[in-house]
Design a protein around this ligand. Structure first.
Ligand code: CTP
Length: 406
């Protein structure tokens, strides 16, 4: 997986930096080109000469220094971001994690992190004292980076430089190289790598008055699992979601909306750009014809609400798509239903429909599992077993990849 790959190795100033010449050696042995970007503090723990010797290249640190001659490049920080297939930061200290999460760019490590081409994987290997690692600040900064799509290799437990035993040790170079290979493998094997994916998720809310709405029980779990999996496979993912309480999957750009109309308009901005559209939202089919401003009072024994059809987001996009754009929908049915799903596939002119029965036990809203049957435009049927929604998302995307992209 590392043969011929260009790896930016960021090294920051922690005691574990002493292991990095061995890490460079290992990556090179596996066939990678390694460009070391060390912070000034890192070079107090490990010598520049060792790193440049094992990497067979100058070590870059200061953005204004002219030891960049071997690349004869005036905008090195940008070309390195383009050159790299992946960036690895090991060890990633609390300070470097804070600086990367805040977008600082005053040394080659932080600058190259910012100029790394979108969609290129970053693997961070935090290593520090246990109390530091578990501190609220470090955890908050790591979660910012995880949301940006960085992969994080958890530190190991064991003896620390402080003499204490605990979580915070940098894993051995072999473990780090394996983790990097895994990150690259998932992407390089995926037809979704580099593709742009637009996913709708969650329920919509259709306003009755200023304090009430019509909605459904959708939790957004299936759509979020799909967005998460597509991003893991290297896709650029935009997720347009109704109101849910889920965290944004790493690397996914999220847009929060309320009504079906807003979901359509927000998604429309990104539709032309996408290679794959997956409608996983439980869009309300109807909305109140005339939402009332203020609060409706309970004056009458009966209340009649006039509803009007909402736009069908999936059908709208599917009808207007250009050649090569893929449209996938869901068909949630409470009984029987494969025929309904087939009809949706045909009526909405989809490439694939994921049929799921709503039984509230194994599949449906709010729960973590799903049983999907996939029907494609050529009439092929794939029945999936009971799976977690994350696994089901993986199998759905496998089918999208094999049937549609290859
Ligand atoms: N969908 C959509 N916009 C709507 C309604 C549905 O984009 N206004 C999408 C959903 O995201 C899903 C698919 O269409 O991918 C199927 O939705 P579903 O409600 O199950 O089917 P409908 O076509 O609305 O038919 P019915 O409610 O009659 O079963």
């Amino acid at each position: 997986m590392l043969t011929g790959r260009n790896i930016l190795l960021g090294i920051s100033g922690g005691i574990a930096a002493y292991k990095t010449p061995h890490l460079v050696r290992l990556l090179k042995k596996k066939g990678a080109q390694v460009q070391v970007l060390a912070t000034a503090s890192a070079l107090k723990f490990v010598s520049e000469l060792s790193l440049s010797t094992v990497s067979e290249a100058s070590v870059f640190n200061d953005i204004f220094e002219s030891n960049h001659d071997d690349r004869s490049d005036r905008t090195l920080h940008i070309t390195l971001g383009e050159w790299a297939d992946a960036m690895l930061v090991a060890p990633a200290t609390a300070n470097t994690i804070a600086r990367l999460s805040a977008g600082f760019c005053d040394d080659m490590l932080s600058l190259s992190f910012i100029t790394l081409r979108p969609g290129k994987p970053v693997l961070l290997v935090p290593a520090m004292d246990g109390n530091m690692y578990e501190s609220a600040s470090v955890q908050r900064n790591l979660s910012v980076l995880a949301r940006q799509g960085c992969h994080i290799l958890e530190p190991e437990s064991g003896p620390l430089a402080s003499g204490q035993c605990g979580l915070g040790r940098m894993p051995e170079p072999e473990t780090i190289a394996d983790a990097l290979e895994k990150v690259l493998a998932v992407r390089s094997e995926s037809a979704l790598n580099g593709k742009t994916v637009l996913v709708t998720a969650g329920p919509t809310r259709e306003k009755i008055d200023d304090v009430r709405f019509l909605s459904n029980y959708s939790s957004g779990k299936m759509g979020f699992a799909i967005a998460n999996e597509a991003a893991r496979r290297g896709a650029v993912v935009r997720l347009v979601t109704g109101p849910v309480t889920l965290p944004t999957p790493p690397g996914v750009e999220r847009f929060d909306v309320e009504s079906a109309d807003e979901m359509l308009e927000t998604s429309r901005q990104f539709f032309d750009d996408c290679d794959l559209f997956i409608g996983a939202a439980a869009v309300a089919d109807y909305r109140p014809l005339a939402p009332v401003s203020g609060k409706v009072k309970k004056n009458e024994a009966e209340m009649h609400l006039r509803l009007i059809r909402n736009p069908d987001i999936l059908a709208t996009f599917s009808a207007g798509r250009r050649a090569g754009q893929i449209a996938v929908g869901f068909a949630l049915e409470t009984n029987g239903g494969l025929d309904y799903a087939r009809k949706k596939l045909q009526d909405k002119k989809l490439d694939l429909v994921a049929f799921n029965i709503y039984d509230r036990r194994t599949s449906g809203f709010e729960i973590d599992t799903n049983v999907l049957t996939l029907l494609n435009r050529d009439g092929q049927i794939t029945e999936l077993p009971l799976l977690s929604k994350q696994e089901a998302a993986g199998r759905l995307l496998d089918t999208v990849e094999t049937l549609l992209f290859r």
